[in-house]
Design a protein around this ligand. Structure first.
Ligand code: TYM
Length: 337
């Protein structure tokens, strides 16, 4: 790795992204977005709306276009500071696909075939695009394009991150030391929020079922209904130590939003009836989301400003991406002028 690829601020660089394949839910928020906002000032942060990943499964073009700006607005509404952090859309920077192709060529098919997300997502598709299979090579490119040291994500991305490390190491082995091998950063609580209708499945944007996820834009009345219908268990009251998966999930959601310690959680909830637990969780979710929703509406009402932020960030980081692509081309022997 050349010195010129190191950051200018002296702080380690972080990179992360989310797919604009639907409205973000509280799993995305607690597992990733809130953590990004919290740690951003300790790093040189780059946050991307990964639209090229979203089209690995068919997206209605009009809905996708809207969703890209919605996700960007939610980043900002959740506290990402665009004067400090870069916030942009993947397809604004061509380096992602350029490096993605090079990584596709160094990634053995066997590595990709082991990805649990590919197995889960391809299972319910009539036809599976090749992109869905190669997806982790593009994800590795997103991260390594900026030589990011740390990648803050939820637990479900840990396997993809491990693969990113393997791809970086394989490239470095084949072509000489070029890429930083990044680390995964999970939040202490909220790394895996489960579905309200089935607490054995992680909360997901694409899951079927009206009672599955709480969107970050959900109205208070709907949040009350969703949590009211959430699966619990047959015990009469909360027991922190022995709670079943549904109750554990509700407690986890409360704890992640409130940032209370285990001792505080036990003191507040042990012995509480489920009706009261659901009431407390509802209040916490509504209170936490409402300022984000207000900020989001403001941002979506001023699209020119939002687009300006995306453009400005993309321009700021493009030289870093271009420099890495140039280096990767030189190392691999591609024509690089
Ligand atoms: P995506 O869009 O599925 O999810 C975005 C982020 O939200 C986290 N997350 C969750 N955390 C806790 N509980 C849940 N139920 C839950 N569901 C989702 C994810 O872990 C993720 O951090 N492949 C990525 C997008 C991506 C990316 C990248 C991420 C593309 N390139 C480079 C990091 C770095 C994805 O599909 O995330």
């Amino acid at each position: 790795m050349t010195d010129s690829l190191l950051m200018s601020s002296g702080k380690p660089r972080i990179f992360s992204g989310m797919q604009p394949s639907g409205v973000l839910h509280i799993g995305n928020y607690l597992g990733a977005l809130r953590n990004w906002a919290k740690i951003q000032y300790d790093f040189e942060p780059i946050f991307c709306v990964v639209d090229q990943h979203a089209i690995t499964v068919y997206q209605d073009p009009k809905a996708l276009r809207e969703s890209i700006e919605q996700v960007a607005a939610l980043y900002l509404a959740a506290g990402i500071d665009p004067d400090h952090s870069a916030v942009f859309v993947q397809s604004q920077v061509p380096g992602h696909v350029e490096l993605g192709w090079i990584f596709t060529c160094v990634t053995p098919m066997g590595w990709l075939g082991r990805m649990t997300q590919f197995k889960a997502k391809s299972g319910n598709q009539e036809t599976v695009g090749t992109g869905l299979f190669c997806y982790p090579a593009l994800m590795a490119a997103d991260i390594l394009l900026y030589q990011a040291k740390i990648v803050p994500v939820g637990e479900d991305q840990a396997q993809h991150l491990e693969l990113t490390r393997n791809i970086a190491e394989r490239f470095n082995h084949l072509y000489g030391d070029t890429f930083v091998v990044p680390e995964t950063r999970l939040p202490a609580v909220g790394a895996r929020v489960m579905g309200l209708d089935d607490p054995t499945q992680k909360m997901s944007k694409s899951a079927e079922g009206a009672n599955h996820a709480i969107s970050m834009l959900e109205e208070p009345g709907r949040i009350k209904k969703l949590i009211g219908r959430a699966v619990t268990d047959s015990n009469p009251q909360v027991e922190w130590e022995t709670a079943g998966p549904g109750v554990r999930n509700l407690l986890g959601i409360f704890q992640a939003f409130s940032e209370q310690s285990n001792a505080e959680m036990r003191a507040e909830f042990d012995g509480m009836r489920y009706g009261d637990l659901k009431k407390r969780v509802t209040e916490m979710v509504v209170e936490s989301l409402s300022p984000i929703q207000a900020k989001y509406r403001e941002l979506m009402n001023n699209r020119d400003h939002l687009r300006h932020i995306l453009q400005r960030s993309a321009e700021r980081i493009t030289p870093i991406a271009e420099q890495t692509v140039q280096l990767a081309k030189e190392r691999t022997g591609l024509f690089s002028g």
